[in-house]
Design a protein around this ligand. Structure first.
Ligand code: FAD
Length: 377
């Protein structure tokens, strides 16, 4: 199998790595995390100019016609830089949902603006009682004349505060845990009846709890087919998992490199601690954990275009389990090998570990996906 990147993909990779090197030292990132938006609009405009936001969109929408590999390259760089701009929410989640399910008018309205950095999106799919089951939806959308009325609540909606549009899953038929009867709606963020409670997350990003109190939307808010939204949610969840796997690999690469560097410089008993064999064994185990994740990130990315839905779902679950295991191991070892310094805010170690911990919980943690995987056998 050919793992080489094309010339364009290599250029994209170079552009993210350069951006991270020049624009994303930890102190700058820390300032962004406490700013009003939680990220930089100027960085967002730069990302649009560099072609990142349209990298996975067809050319007719102002994109450059890439696909899963471009998303992987970008997300790995985003992980490496611990980038806080809402690429994942806007492009991987919202953009892919509009691309998959929007009608021609919606796509032509939203996607070119997304590629140009003028529109941001968020995806509200998590409900408190659902744990990680994507089909467990209690928010309702009741038909009212031509349109619908949405009532309910969504949790941990990443980057909802900065989104212009929020894609919301709601039940148009059936009971709360039915697979059928879910519909997606594209709701403008300022719609009356929609209230947000915004907060920073442990990894320095932003999220919101959303409440829908009889939120009225037109029939044109429907994204995809009525009652058949789960297939869209599951499809985008697979894309999200592949993207998060790549981001995690980027994070782990930095933890490995930083820890390796520390072990070469920290002196104890007259020599660098990395000279002790017991420490070298730990580094070897960390290296293997990173490589196992990298392999699963590649598989998850490549399987996205496989026509077999069961194989796609199974691969996504396998990737999520491996990423979760590796992330915890690499994170914990990095903290311990750095000694007390690994716990401090001044060092990058804890910040990467926090992001990896959040990645484990997004779209299902290790336990959830282990069960999902076992159910396929
Ligand atoms: C929240 C917090 C609370 C703390 N509370 C206390 C406290 O109450 N009392 C107290 O005394 N200390 C306390 N500490 C300090 C803590 O004990 C030290 O951080 C810890 O001993 C590690 O030392 P270090 O940071 O200098 O790491 P380093 O000495 O740099 O060690 C880094 C890593 O190398 C390993 N290592 C070091 N030397 C060798 C060697 N010769 N052979 C093999 N491996 C080696 C260590 O196991 C570690 O994994 C606290 C630290 C934290 C973060």
């Amino acid at each position: 199998m050919d793992f080489d990147l094309s010339e364009e993909q290599q250029l994209l990779k170079d552009s993210v790595e350069r951006f991270v090197r020049e624009e994303y030292p930890l102190e700058k990132r820390q300032k962004l995390t406490v700013s009003e938006d939680g990220f930089s609009r100027r960085n967002w405009a730069t990302m649009a100019e560099l072609g990142w936001l349209g990298a996975t969109l067809p050319e007719e929408y102002g994109g450059i016609g890439g696909g899963p590999v471009e998303a992987m390259v970008l997300m790995e760089g985003i992980g490496r830089g611990l980038i806080v701009e809402p690429y994942f929410s806007t492009v991987i989640l919202g953009g892919n949902l509009v691309l998959r399910a929007g009608d021609a008018a919606r796509r032509h309205d939203i996607l070119p603006k997304l590629a140009a950095g003028e529109t941001m999106l968020a995806f509200a799919y998590v409900e408190r009682q659902a744990r990680y089951d994507l089909f467990d939806v209690e928010t309702t959308a009741v038909r009212d004349g031509e349109g619908y009325v949405l009532t309910g609540a969504k949790g941990v909606v990443c980057h909802a505060a900065s989104a212009d549009w929020i894609v919301v899953s709601a039940r148009t038929a059936g009971a709360s845990r039915d697979r059928d009867g879910i519909t997606l709606f594209l709701v403008p963020n300022n719609t009356p009846g929609l209230t947000r409670r915004d907060y920073p997350t442990v990894d320095g990003l932003r999220a919101s709890e959303l409440a829908f109190d009889r939120v009225r939307v037109g029939a044109d808010a429907i994204l995809g087919e009525v009652d058949n939204g789960l297939v869209l949610i599951e499809g985008v969840a697979e894309q999200a998992i592949a993207a998060l796997a790549a981001e995690a690999v980027g994070c782990m690469d930095v933890l490995l490199a930083s820890t390796n560097e520390y072990l070469k410089t920290r002196q104890q008993f007259g020599q660098p601690i990395g000279k002790f064999q017991v420490i070298q064994h730990r580094m070897a185990d960390m290296f293997i954990a990173c490589e196992e994740s990298r392999s699963m990130s590649y598989v998850a990315t490549m399987r996205l275009s496989d026509p077999d839905p069961e194989l796609r779902a199974k691969t996504a679950s396998a990737a999520k389990v491996q990423i979760g295991k590796s992330a915890r191991f690499v994170g914990q070892q990095s903290v311990q090998l750095h000694g007390g310094m690994g716990m401090t805010d001044e060092l990058n170690i804890g910040h990467y570990f926090k992001r990896l911990t959040m990645i484990d919980t997004m779209f299902g943690d290790q336990n959830h996906h282990l069960k999902q995987y076992a159910a396929f056998r």
